[in-house]
Design a protein around this ligand. Sequence first.
Ligand code: LMR
Length: 390
Amino acid sequence: MFEKLNNRPADSLLALIKAFQADERNGKIDLGVGVYRDAMGRTPVMRAVKAAEQFLLDTQDSKKYLGPEGDLQFVRLLQPIIFGKSPKFDHRLVGIQTPGGSGALRIGAELIQTANPSAKVLLGTPSWPNHAPIFASARLAVKDYAFVDLTSQQVKFESVVDALSSSAEGDVVLLHGCCHNPTGIDFTMEQWLEITELLVAHKLVPLIDLAYQGLGDGLEQDAAPTRMILDAVDEALIAYSCDKNFGLYRERVGALYVMTRNVDDIGKAESNMAALARVNWSMPPDHGAAIVRTILESPEMSAMWRAELEEMCERVNGNRAAIAAAAADLAFISRQRGLFSNLSMSKETAAALRAKHGIYMADSGRMNLAGMQPADAGAIVTALRAEGCL
Ligand code: LMR
């Protein structure tokens, strides 16, 4: 039967990791896949994570199954960090642990498909390249609209307003809660307010992808749009990732939260999420969520984690400032947030940057600014100029 399969292209972002590793040139710069690097160019295990792992090694006395919902104490402890302390959420929010934010998106998509198969997912482009395939795999129709103009590096807000205004009741709107991937262009709070009003007016359901909390302007600020939306709408889904803000990438730690219209729907949402998890992965892997839970249960480890996350956030914003200082035409990079910025360039130009200058970025022109050192800014700008990007 396998002869009937067609070859599928390798994921270009993941292929970049291998291509970078294979490049033997000194001075190569990796602005590819979205991982944070410190001043030594490493993606370190965070100090709080090491402390939590030591604690688990010393105290964990069983690895028996937890169930398809995963570690519910992890889910509960993460909740105030994301949603704050509003009592409104206490009775209408339910969450499960998922393998990364991707697992949360997958279960979220299947939950939407189960509840409302005719719902369309509105997706502003460009977006994370895995968004549309995840929704399509869950047999949901995706409706694209242009979110940003990469030439001017401005949000096309009228296009956002048109897309939301022309949608049917019950359609789902994918929103990047902070640190937009791939552009780094987040809505202003005024724009978030207008989006919130449109969601309410047209009875749309937000699906908020929150994968970089704490890496934009700080934990609280990065959660502000999500909290504002949840305060106004009846129903919402939040796909959360701890991959970046706990540096747990390959451990695959995330959570899906669902806010229901009323307390009666909570049990239905919960049982469906558990059933969907059961058929996808039966139960999520434990270790990463146990680390996060251990950190959040300990005031000392939590303080360590918060301090280290702030350092990381400052460093990324420092890299943004270094690039902006090196080229006036890249000044917009210092106003964007999170790991990424997306220049307008062809695939051929991205290939030339790799081949001629040893600068690795996605074919789309997405740069991971957390991958560079401030001292790399000059070389990056020189290469961009040489290839006609500036
Ligand atoms: C990225 O966008 O670089 C990361 O989220 C890694 C991934 O899975 O694509």
